[in-house]
Design a protein around this ligand. Structure first.
Ligand code: PPS
Length: 355
């Protein structure tokens, strides 16, 4: 059977009705059905193929910076760091752009696939929709809200994406800088689980255990996990890619900021970096408020869980995984990091305590 190709050259395959019947309940809200992008099998709402082609064709600027990572890996944290380093390094409180929520001043170009969700209401994404009306007049929402707002942004742009490296334009690493953030997949599972339980336009009713196994099998949005991380890891020596982890950021944020300062060629002073570390700390970001519209979530549940800035710790999986689930995931991690040189810190039960 003919498999339509993306501009990136990847073949795509729609899920059959039999496969849809077995798919995670949260994935059945998309009007277009579901698609796998081959050969790795990236799983998305089928409409995503349109946005991927659109993203592939987006004009890249030499001073663009992308933050890429699997969902819930600490990408919002890194996004704020990069944004202030590039657009408000002295943390001027009167900076007009800073008054906008993060997701409006730094676009997640992988967000548009949610527009296909039949439960998504305009009020769930009010600030994004307002910005779109303001800066994209005459453009069609169906062509992507986040992508088209990003196209209208002044340079230097800081954009975020949860798509894997290979689905971006083939010249991405030749033309732009990319910061990739990975996180212990067990903590990703916990963080992602709380997120989708609270999303208003999702309806995940399953247990954490069920969800963790869906991620492991590659049966959830943005999966599979390992090819996502390993594609970036293999590029770690590329001068236009900086690979880091949530755990490294938690352990030594000043060290990470110094590396990023150098990577971006910014020459910010130690004093400026110290202030940026403080400004982007978990407690400061939480105090400043949600980076995306609250209406995107079920208010009570979202608030009770802690919102986007939920816990911000390493090793929360220890509070959630049964010994059996942990053993299964440890084996999965071992099988996948074997021979890659990638060390997933704190992934194993005998590692350091949560903090
Ligand atoms: S998303 O929705 O996919 O973009 O999520 P993402 O931002 O990648 O990851 C969310 C988790 O990152 C934690 N976070 C932080 N930790 C430490 N310091 C800061 N400043 C910070 N900002 C966000 C956030 O709390 C989520 O992790 P959990 O484990 O759920 O707390």
């Amino acid at each position: 059977m003919n498999k339509p190709r993306l501009l990136s050259g990847h073949e795509t395959e729609l899920l059959t009705s039999e496969e849809l019947r077995k798919a995670s309940e949260d994935l059945l809200k998309y009007k277009s059905g579901l698609v796998r992008i081959l050969p790795d099998g990236w799983l998305y709402p089928a409409i995503t193929t349109r946005y991927l082609d659109r993203l592939y064709n987006m004009e890249l600027r030499p001073d663009d910076v992308f933050i890429i990572g699997f969902p819930k890996s600490g990408t919002t944290w890194m996004q704020e760091i990069l944004w202030v380093m590039l657009r408000n390094p002295d943390l001027d409180p009167n900076n007009e752009e800073m008054k906008e929520p993060l997701w409006v001043r730094s676009l997640d170009v992988s967000f548009d696939l949610h527009l296909d969700n039949d439960k998504l209401a305009k009020r769930d994404i009010k600030s994004l929709a307002e910005k779109f009306s303001r800066v994209c007049s005459g453009k069609k929402v169906e062509d992507g809200m986040a992508i088209q707002i990003a196209e209208s942004q002044p340079s230097p742009r800081v954009m975020k994406s949860h798509f894997p490296l290979e689905l971006h334009n083939k010249d991405l690493l030749k033309k732009c800088k990319v910061v990739y953030v990975a996180r212990n997949p067990k903590d990703v599972m916990v963080s992602y689980y709380y997120f989708i339980r609270a999303m208003r336009n999702a309806n995940y009713q399953g247990s954490l255990e069920k969800f963790a196994r869906e991620i492991k099998k590659g049966d959830f949005r943005f999966c599979p996990y390992w090819p996502h991380v390993l594609q970036a890891w293999r590029q770690r020596d590329n001068p236009n890619l900086y690979f880091t982890t949530y755990e490294d950021m938690k352990d030594d944020i000043m060290g990470q900021l110094r590396n990023i300062n150098k990577f971006l060629g910014k020459n910010l002073t130690k004093e400026q970096l110290k202030k940026i570390a403080e400004f982007t700390s978990f407690s400061s970001m939480k105090t400043r408020g949600e980076p995306i519209d609250k209406a995107f979530f079920r208010e009570d549940m979202w608030k009770k869980q802690g919102g986007m800035f939920r816990k911000g710790i390493k090793g929360d999986w220890k509070n959630h995984f049964s010994p059996e689930l942990n053993q299964e995931m440890d084996q999965w991690i071992r099988d996948n990091v074997k021979d890659t040189g990638l060390n997933i810190q704190y992934a194993f039960a005998d590692a350091s305590p949560t903090k």
